[in-house]
Ligand binder design. Structure first.
Ligand code: KG4
Ligand code: ZN
Length: 348
């Protein structure tokens, strides 16, 4: 056992503890060299918030307070490492819910101070894209020798960003949503259709038995830009639901039409941006990149390889924070002891 651990630690040089508490997942992970996951622990509050139909911020922070110590301890135990093996602690500082972020930040600060470890601040959006750097043998996983520039689509509950990644930490933001984020649209439409929270996976499931051609929903193309808008689509769904006879079956068909409308716009703009900027590959990331229809549509339309993380790394986790933290650590990025949460932090 011990010789196994020594072998593992000598093979991999830099171990980062990642901590993530930006929304409703308390997560900790140990990642070696920004790529190899030694542990990845996620305590999800999703069932707790489901009864409110969305994340209840104050409840989220209090549950993080309860969960953070056992989650970090579990990550250390599963990885079979001690505090002395760590090179740094990386923590999400934003964007996200301020009360939730503060729990992770203060815990990471105390740990780093107590153990004499460097503290590395991580942008949650950047962490999402680094999920593609984590080693995985699942279909769609990126190879280790990605070359820049890369076109990245970050689609989560709070964000929809099209980004050109020119190098580690070097981003050109091409477009973002003007109103609702893609995941937010899925969640709101899920609620309109009476589907369980979160709406994304529920809509994807309902859409499987639906006919996407029965209803035609609008697409906001915002011609000439790489921006997005999903609020008009959500309003169109609300109107459509009101017009339906409640005794007749319509949920799977509306779910399928809605999903197709979102995927159409996301895939078209992503592929166009990759072409315009000469990207060598497309990376999908964030909770909505778990969507199979999105993955398939981008793959079918793109002329460059398309990669996405395995499902458990698409949604919030700390392995992606540790992977991102590794590259920031190598670049010499360190947080001061006055580190604070930045709920509106941007990528560029
Ligand atoms: O990245 P994430 O876990 O948290 C944020 O940083 O926001 O993303 C959560 C979002 C939710 O809006 C959820 O509905 C959406 O990702 N989502 C999906 C799917 N799985 C999760 N959306 C569409 N299809 C899915 N399969
Ligand atoms: Zn996220």
């Amino acid at each position: 056992m011990r010789s196994l651990r020594i072998l593992r630690l000598t093979m991999s040089q830099i171990l980062i503890l990642g901590i993530e508490t930006s929304c409703d997942e308390t997560a900790a992970a140990i990642v070696a060299d920004g790529r190899r996951i030694l542990s990845n622990v996620v305590a999800s509050q999703v069932d707790l918030h489901a009864r409110y139909g969305g994340v209840f911020p104050e409840l989220a922070s209090r549950v993080h307070v309860e969960a953070i110590v056992p989650v970090v301890q579990e990550a250390m135990t599963q990885a079979g490492v001690g505090w002395g093996d760590l090179a740094a602690v990386a923590v999400t500082v934003g964007p996200g819910l301020v009360g939730s972020l503060l729990v992770g930040i203060n815990f990471a600060k105390g740990l780093a101070l107590g153990r004499g470890l460097p503290l590395v601040p991580v942008n949650h959006l950047e962490a999402h894209l680094y999920a593609n750097w984590l080693q995985s043998d699942t279909e769609g996983a990126a190879p280790s020798d990605l070359t820049f520039p890369l076109l990245v689509l970050i689609v989560s509950g709070g964000h929809t960003e099209l980004v050109l990644m020119r190098g580690h930490g070097d981003y050109l933001c091409l477009g973002s949503t003007l109103d609702d984020a893609a995941g937010e649209a899925f969640d709101k439409v899920g609620r309109l259709l009476g589907l369980p929270y979160p709406g994304g996976p529920s809509i994807e499931k309902a859409a499987q038995s639906g006919d996407p051609t029965r209803f035609r929903l609008p697409r906001a193309w915002l011609e000439g830009t790489y921006d997005f808008s999903f609020s008009g689509l959500k309003t169109a769904v609300a109107r459509l639901v009101q017009e339906q006879d409640p005794d007749l079956r319509f949920v799977p068909d509306i779910a399928a039409a809605f999903q197709e409308a979102v995927v159409d716009v996301l895939a078209t703009k992503t592929v166009a941006a990759a072409r315009e900027y000469g990207a060598t590959a497309i990376l999908l990331s964030g909770g909505v990149s778990a969507n199979q229809a999105l993955r398939t549509a981008v793959r079918q339309r793109a002329s460059v390889p398309v990669y996405y993380p395995p499902l458990f790394l698409c949604t919030d986790n700390a392995a992606m924070v540790a992977a991102c933290g590794y590259f920031r650590y190598r670049a010499g990025v360190r947080a001061g002891w006055d580190l604070d949460a930045d709920p509106n932090l941007r990528l560029c």
